[in-house]
Ligand binder design. Structure first.
Ligand code: SF4
Ligand code: SF4
Length: 233
């Protein structure tokens, strides 16, 4: 089995980013070490559908909120293990590979700022940052967790290119966000307010509830069939 076949067998979605394509911009943003390995593999792993579908109930049911929070963290653990297997496979093929941790760093790299999973997935062309600032894919919307492997295995022929946002006129997450943390602007840096999102979560905590909110993840029509029908897509 080739390396990409192996990656595909373990991932729900994956993409390859070739750092040589935008090398200067990447080095300016992250520092020289970001190009120590020429390729990034973005590995997408689906969260459990049944749990995501219950998100609207989590605002009145703390057990369901806890179940969602647990799944959020467990899915990170699962995708991290998938990344470890992919690293082993690549190393057995005679190449080097390292994993970025959840904060987007690795002790081997001296980066100016973390290189996030969102960045690797976006550069590899498998998704875009939605108005909710979540990495959104055509197939599953934002209902995925991500891991990133950097490698020198020769994967250039499989590399993708960043894609434009497909949010268009959709305002589903804007209207559904209970914290009013999303506005209808195309640039996620302007549309999504981490402060307002944080304030909403803090209010949940202060009123004795689980610190959970995933409405923007749930509602996106790229992963939600009912929203998709409402959008007429
Ligand atoms: S997590 Fe909740 S409050 Fe924060 S942006 Fe998403 S829907 Fe809004
Ligand atoms: S809900 Fe609509 S606007 Fe929000 S991220 Fe998804 S497609 Fe974009």
């Amino acid at each position: 089995m080739s390396i990409v076949e192996y990656i595909g067998s373990l991932s729900d979605v994956y993409g390859i980013a070739d750092f040589s394509i935008e090398k200067e911009e990447l080095i300016e943003m992250y520092g020289e070490d970001i190009c120590k390995y020429p390729y990034a593999i973005a590995i997408g792993h689906k969260m459990i559908e049944e749990i995501i579908e219950k998100i609207p109930l989590t605002y009145t049911d703390d057990d369901l909120a806890k179940e969602y929070l647990d799944e959020y963290f467990n899915s990170f653990q699962r995708v991290s293990k998938i990344a470890d297997k992919i690293i082993d496979y690549i190393q057995n093929e005679g190449f080097n590979a390292i994993k970025l941790d959840v904060s987007g760093t690795n002790p081997e790299l001296n980066l100016k700022k973390p290189f996030s999973n969102k960045a690797s997935a976006n550069l590899s062309g498998i998704g875009w940052l939605g108005k909710n600032n979540l990495l959104t894919t055509k197939e599953f919307g934002p209902r995925l967790t991500w891991a990133t492997v950097l490698t020198d295995a020769p994967l250039g022929e499989y590399a993708g290119r960043p894609i434009e946002s497909l949010c268009g006129d959709c305002q589903m997450c804007v209207k559904a966000c209970p914290g009013k943390a999303i506005v209808d602007l195309p640039n996620p840096k302007e549309s999504y307010s981490p402060e307002k999102c944080g304030e909403f979560l803090m209010k949940r905590k202060e009123s004795g509830h689980q610190v959970a909110c995933g409405m923007c993840l749930y509602i996106c029509p790229f992963g939600n069939k009912k929203s998709k029908e409402l959008m007429g897509w």
